[in-house]
Design a protein around this ligand. Structure first.
Ligand SMILES: Nc1ncnc2c1ncn2[C@@H]1O[C@H](COP(=O)(O)OP(=O)(O)O)[C@@H](O)[C@H]1O
Ligand SMILES: O=C(OP(=O)(O)O)[C@H](O)COP(=O)(O)O
Length: 397
């Protein structure tokens, strides 16, 4: 890979190597339910250990406001240690003397995981004092978190300016695979954007509609667009204060000649749990106390038909609450349809995002798509053609 220093360029023996990774993994009852993000960082950690460095992992989990046990990275330790096949030393802060002592006590080749960087406000504000406090415990910085590279945070961007900085093996692999698959995508291109992170992903659809021919919208994102069209979505996940933005995106799509597909029917329920009483309704018939939890059969059929008209698919965000049956139906059906077309050589399909990867694994197609990225928001911003702060900071000056 040109333009970046990689682990090939780093002198690692005896060094304290701060490695930014993405451990924002799907969890249920305190257990990791999809280990893809963990599995992808293993090559970097193992290489640092083999070359005699101490790996000091930095990561965020969730979007905490201050310290909160629910978002502690301690709960990720068993899955990480199991995948790595060696113990992981957990330190319950990411800056300060206790961190320094734990690193100094560790032997070369050992692996430490520091507590959630977002427990300190300075991470997200990229506060220079917090950057210095993080940097005090490292000799080198390796960024292996492509999926968090759209964030200009202290642990993703700031550190690269104060320590010798290198791209990790996953960062390298993601950039190479996305460039190879999508730099000049075969047209027409369809994007599917769903999921729950409506406010952070809605804005970027305004640019995405200029890059793709069809945009199929699902999940909480679709509910916000439906509300913008005057549909009553009941208790559904929906950012009502963003309906103006949704309308603007529809206008931009029209101007750019991008077709927007919204669900015409839905699976609705009164409770957010597996196998509740649910019904299939046209989107105009959602009762005030019901939630849309998945796209309905007509909507699924429309998306599957469109797959036959496009040559490239990019996908972030599930169509529904796929962790709960039967609200995995739309995501699983479309995933299988995409995988079949990839297998037949008719489609290049790239899917990405922490929960999207889990959904593709759940559908049993993760190995059948053209590429599965660990990144969701970062992947969409990369698709838009935006410079990602975490990547830009790694470029050789
Ligand atoms: N209609 C819906 N209502 C509530 N949650 C939904 C709905 N559709 C999808 N979701 C949720 O969206 C989450 C994934 O969203 P997001 O974090 O944006 O995806 P990713 O991590 O792949 O980028 C899943 O946990 C899923 O349950
Ligand atoms: O899970 C992540 O992104 P994704 O949901 O877009 O895949 C990353 O860890 C970034 O998390 P953030 O969107 O809270 O900054």
């Amino acid at each position: 890979m040109t333009g970046f220093r990689t682990l090939d360029d780093a002198e690692l023996a005896g060094k304290r190597v701060l490695v930014r990774v993405d451990l924002n993994v799907p969890m249920e009852d305190g257990k990791v339910t999809d280990t893809t993000r963990i599995d992808r960082i293993l090559p970097t950690i193992r290489e640092i250990s083999q070359k005699g460095g101490k790996t000091v992992l930095l990561a965020h989990f969730g979007r905490p406001k201050g310290r909160d046990e629910k978002n502690s990275l301690r709960q990720v330790v068993p899955a990480l240690a199991h995948a790595l096949g060696q113990p992981v030393i957990f330190v319950d802060d990411c800056i300060g003397d206790d961190v320094a002592k734990a690193i100094s006590a560790a032997r070369n080749g050992e692996v430490l995981l520091l507590e959630n960087t977002r427990f300190h406000a300075g991470d997200e504000t990229n506060d220079p004092a917090f950057v210095s406090a993080l940097a005090a415990n490292g000799d080198l910085f390796v960024n292996d978190a492509f999926s968090a590279a759209h964030r200009a945070h202290a642990s993703t961007e700031g550190l690269a300016h104060v320590l010798p900085a290198y791209a990790g093996r996953t960062m390298q692999a993601e950039l190479e695979a996305l460039s190879a698959g999508l730099d000049n995508p075969a047209r027409p291109v369809m994007a599917i954007v769903g999921g729950a992170k409506v406010s952070t992903k809605l804005e970027l659809l305004g640019n995405l509609v200029k890059k793709v021919d069809i945009l199929a919208i699902g999940g909480g994102m679709a509910n916000t667009f439906l509300a913008a069209r005057g549909v009553d979505v009941g208790k559904s996940l929906c950012e009502h204060d963003l309906v103006g933005t949704a309308r603007e995106i529809e206008e931009k799509a029209k101007a750019a000649g991008c077709e927007i597909l919204l669900p015409v029917d839905a699976l609705v329920a009164r409770e957010f749990k597996a196998n509740p009483g649910h019904r299939v309704v046209p989107v105009g018939d959602v009762a005030a106390d019901e939630m849309i939890l998945d796209a309905g059969p007509l909507s699924i059929a429309e998306v599957v038909l469109k797959l036959d008209t496009v040559r490239t698919l990019v996908w972030n965000g599930p169509f529904g609450a796929f962790e709960l049956r039967p609200f995995d139906t739309a995501t699983v059906t479309v995933a299988k349809a995409a995988a079949a077309r990839v297998k037949a050589g008719k489609l290049v399909a790239v899917a990405g995002g922490g929960d999207t990867v889990a959904a593709m694994n759940h559908a049993g197609v993760a190995d059948d798509l053209s590429y599965v990225s660990t990144a969701g928001g970062a992947f969409l911003e990369w698709m838009e053609g935006k410079a990602l702060p975490g990547v830009e900071a790694l470029r050789r000056s």
